[in-house]
Design a protein around this ligand. Structure first.
Ligand code: SAM
Length: 269
């Protein structure tokens, strides 16, 4: 499969997987018509486009490490005729943003992968005006996320091994994450639990085709003697998660909100 084709599948997968999460995210972001919004780790840009539509006379800027995902984001944005959504390949840890350039920063599951989270959050804080807001959605711990544990168990992987130590859960502990955010210059930090299922496809076969593209699944399938058995176990596991709404797994996330420290709540325009 071509890289572009795989990425497109992945883009569609995230948007479908996170439909219920996105509804909470949009309400919490409460983007106003004049807002200037930064979207960190925007991927294929659904949240950037949502922000651009809400910020009618403002703008939304999405950044991501993946040029391929940003190509999809640009294309979808152009198809919708959004003139105030822009995208840039950039690393949130080191990219030089304008000082206090944005009114708020959003991220839907894009801030857990930093090698240097302290540098990244300090850099992001600097880009938001004093009093400006942030809204980040991150996963709670692995054990609260059936999508992670069920696939892992079906693959028969060591739950204490490196495969279990995914960066996806790096911000799951509120006391640690609060400390990081406070040190970076954020205040009024609040965690709200989001307990919604994630969607993996309408039926087990479609869900299997999707998860066969995941790195940990591909690695497990490189053990030829067990390939057929692993596929069968994955399919059994997916059948056990069939609901009237398709294949769903329990998940728990944090919706983290707060402000950049400082007392200049209104931008001078
Ligand atoms: C789980 S995906 C979420 C994508 C998108 N926010 C969504 O909800 O569909 C995480 C994204 O974060 C991006 N990312 C990871 N580290 C990054 C960094 N240091 N700077 C910018 N983007 C990063 C990845 O490339 C990936 O597209």
């Amino acid at each position: 499969m071509m890289a572009e084709e795989a990425a497109l599948n992945f883009a569609d997968f995230y948007d479908a997987e996170l439909t219920l999460h996105n509804a909470h995210f949009r309400v919490a972001a409460a983007i106003g018509p004049f807002d200037c919004v930064l979207d960190i780790g925007c991927g294929a840009g659904q949240t950037t486009r949502d922000a651009a539509r809400a910020a009618e006379t403002g703008r939304a800027h999405g950044i991501d490490l993946s040029a391929t995902m940003l190509e999809i984001a640009r294309r979808r944005s152009a198809e919708e005729g959004l003139l105030n959504a822009t995208f840039e390949v950039a690393d949130a840890q080191y990219h030089v943003f304008g000082d206090a350039e944005f009114d708020l920063c959003i991220s839907r599951f894009g801030v857990m992968f930093f090698a240097d989270p302290a540098a990244a959050f300090a850099n992001i804080a600097k880009a938001i005006r004093p009093g400006g807001r942030f809204i980040f959605m991150v996963w709670q711990g692995r054990d609260h996320n059936k999508w992670a544990t069920a696939i892992h168990e079906a693959l028969d992987l060591d739950s204490t091994g490196p495969a279990a130590a995914s960066k996806a859960f790096s911000l799951s502990e509120p006391s640690v994450t609060s400390g990081l955010l406070e040190t970076a210059g954020f205040t009024a930090i609040e965690f709200r639990e989001i307990k919604e299922p994630v969607f993996y496809g309408p039926d087990p076969e479609t869900a299997l085709a999707t998860i066969l593209t995941f790195e940990n699944v591909k690695n497990a399938l490189e053990r030829p003697a067990t390939t057929a058995e692993i596929r069968a176990r994955l399919l059994d596991m997916l059948e056990a998660h069939q609901t009237p709404h398709g294949i769903q797994f329990d998940s728990r996330a944090w919706l983290i909100t707060g402000r950049r420290y400082g007392d200049s709540p209104l931008r001078v325009r």
